[in-house]
Design a protein around this ligand. Structure first.
Ligand SMILES: Cc1cc2nc3c(=O)[nH]c(=O)nc-3n(C[C@H](O)[C@H](O)[C@H](O)COP(=O)(O)OP(=O)(O)OC[C@H]3O[C@@H](n4cnc5c(N)ncnc54)[C@H](O)[C@@H]3O)c2cc1C
Ligand SMILES: NC(=O)c1ccc[n+]([C@@H]2O[C@H](COP(=O)([O-])OP(=O)(O)OC[C@H]3O[C@@H](n4cnc5c(N)ncnc54)[C@H](O)[C@@H]3O)[C@@H](O)[C@H]2O)c1
Length: 468
């Protein structure tokens, strides 16, 4: 039994079916989850024209053709198509095709191995799982407790990704991934954007140079990026019209909408955790097979376990969890391969989490940052590269600005992490992921020859710099 049919829940049922078990899934909103309708897919549909136009403006002979504004209505119409007009028929057909029973309604644990489903009409059924229950209920936006905020009707990621109008002035609070991506999209669509960042820079979970490049580019295009700036209250008379965001220190910013992109909280307040001895509202702690600590039947997969809040990482966990559930059903714990990089251990959660931020320029990273590697006790060296020394970069875009870093474990001579920022850099990430996950020795990477003249020659320059 799976509670929550986001990308992660869908992949859990797919993998347990592939492992020979039967599966059922409960969904209270749309099959496909946050990612398909209010997160990854609509946000990338809004960002693609912004990034494509920006890249084209860096190509001689082409830039003159792309100086007009984006057609916001066309962009929104395309976004609507990408999200299937917020209808999930296609996803339901797919679940039917793999013989998974779908229950519409709210799912709650009801003691060991039991799930109570309350249908939209209020009917209740209790279903009993033979082997396992997987909680895949994801997250929702976390709003800080600030005076005036609820009454101001702020945008969260849901409103920002589903809006069909561009506010003249958009204030964005939060310099994480959602804040940066939505500031990028709405600025390109024509809004005057102010980005209020509590900390010292953007994208604080990544190598600092990524956020520095992104902030410089947003500022150069006219955004007002304010770091070390804390919001103290929000005022919006009557809950509509212009909104005033008050800052600690006495200053204020006015906007026509304010987006709070200040993190996520788990959707576990009302899923019956108390019936199995767990605290409602908490993130769910799991082992590397994604089984909840202390349980032999309950799994928590995807955002809800707080390991790595990205769709691709959650789907990876789903593949591991589905295989582990099927293996345990057949042979108990002894049937599992839970060693490092084993079939039933989500090792990449610790060593090789990947992320592409679809900002302009793009930012991408895998594995450990230099600071994380040092904190973990590795003897490391960071090798840095100005992307302007890569021939392919100059051809990709005139005046290319970008930077790359490779973090090397000096004892094993393998790459622990890599980070890139620059136009088109997102597609470079997977080569780094293969190097980090495969723990490919530097001596062998030396033989992996990047084609000339591509952005991938960043690898050649990084390896040359490392070897001296
Ligand atoms: C604006 C934005 C952009 C993003 N962009 C990207 C991106 O480009 N790439 C990327 O990798 N990640 C991105 N993410 C993160 C990504 O959306 C999440 O990591 C992903 O959605 C997690 O999948 P999930 O299945 O764990 O949860 P969700 O997608 O949240 O799905 C959970 C499902 O469970 C259902 N549910 C919850 N409670 C119950 C219940 N009690 N009973 C029945 N059903 C229930 C919900 O209705 C939902 O359908 C983005 C996030 C945001 C906010
Ligand atoms: N392209 C992608 O992979 C992608 C895109 C969007 C979101 N996501 C994922 O979704 C998750 C949620 O993203 P997010 O940006 O909402 O969260 P986040 O945790 O990445 O960033 C939230 C930011 O808000 C700041 N913040 C928190 N409270 C604040 C306050 N009161 N005032 C001002 N700032 C405050 C935090 O310091 C942090 O920098 C992330 O884990 C992210 O990885 C991924």
């Amino acid at each position: 039994m799976v509670i929550g049919a986001g990308p992660v829940g869908e992949n859990v049922v797919d993998r347990v079916r592939a492992g020979g078990l039967t599966a059922a899934i409960v969904e209270s909103e749309l099959i496909g989850g946050e990612c398909s309708y209010w997160a990854c897919m609509p946000s990338k549909a809004l960002l693609r024209p912004a990034i494509a136009r920006s890249d084209a403006r860096k190509v001689a002979g082409l830039r003159e053709s792309v100086y007009g504004p984006l057609d916001a209505m066309e962009v929104f119409a395309h976004r609507d198509k990408v999200v299937g007009h917020w209808k999930d028929g296609g996803q339901v057909d797919w679940l039917d095709s793999i013989d998974v029973r779908v229950f519409r309604g709210h799912g709650r644990l009801h003691g060991p191995r039991k799930v109570e489903v309350t249908s939209p009409e209020g009917e209740r059924h209790v279903l009993t799982a033979r082997h396992a229950v997987a909680v895949c209920t994801g997250t929702r936006a976390l709003l800080p407790e600030l005076p005036g905020l609820p009454a101001a009707h702020p945008w969260t990621s849901r409103e920002a990704t589903s809006s069909d109008r561009v506010p003249e002035r958009l204030v964005v609070v939060g310099g994480g991934v959602v804040g940066v991506e939505m500031a990028t999209a709405y600025q390109a669509l024509g809004a005057k954007v102010t980005l209020l960042v509590r900390g010292g820079g953007l994208l604080p979970r990544m190598e600092p140079f990524l956020g520095e490049h992104v902030a410089a580019a947003l500022t150069a295009r006219g955004a007002d990026v304010r770091t070390d700036t804390a919001v103290s209250a929000v005022v919006r008379d009557g809950g509509t019209g212009p909104v005033t965001v008050l800052l600690e220190g006495g200053d204020h910013v006015e906007g026509d909408e304010v987006l709070f992109a200040t993190g996520r909280k788990p959707r576990t307040e009302d899923i019956g955790l108390e019936t199995v001895g767990l605290a409602p509202g908490s993130w769910l702690d799991v082992d590397d097979s994604l089984r909840v600590t202390g349980s032999d039947w309950l799994y928590a997969v995807g955002d809800v376990n707080h390991r790595a809040l990205m769709t691709h990482q959650g789907k990876y966990q789903a593949r591991i969890a589905g295989a582990a559930i099927a293996a345990r059903a057949q042979g108990g714990d002894s049937a599992l391969d839970t060693g490092r990089w084993g079939a039933h251990a989500a090792t990449a959660d610790h060593a090789a989490v990947t992320q592409v931020v679809f900002s302009d320029p793009e930012a991408a990273a895998v594995g450990l940052t230099l600071a994380e590697a040092e904190r973990a006790g590795y003897r490391v060296r960071a090798v840095d590269l100005d992307m302007r020394s890569v021939a392919g970069a100059g051809l990709y875009a005139q005046g290319y600005r970008g930077h790359a870093r490779m973090v090397v474990d000096l004892d094993r001579e393998v790459v622990l992490g890599a980070a890139f920022v620059g136009p088109g850099i997102g597609e470079l990430l997977h080569s780094a992921t293969v190097a980090v996950t495969g723990e490919v020795p530097i001596a062998r990477l030396w033989h992996a020859v990047p084609a000339y003249p591509t952005l991938s020659e960043a690898w050649l320059r990084l390896l040359e710099a490392y070897r001296g």
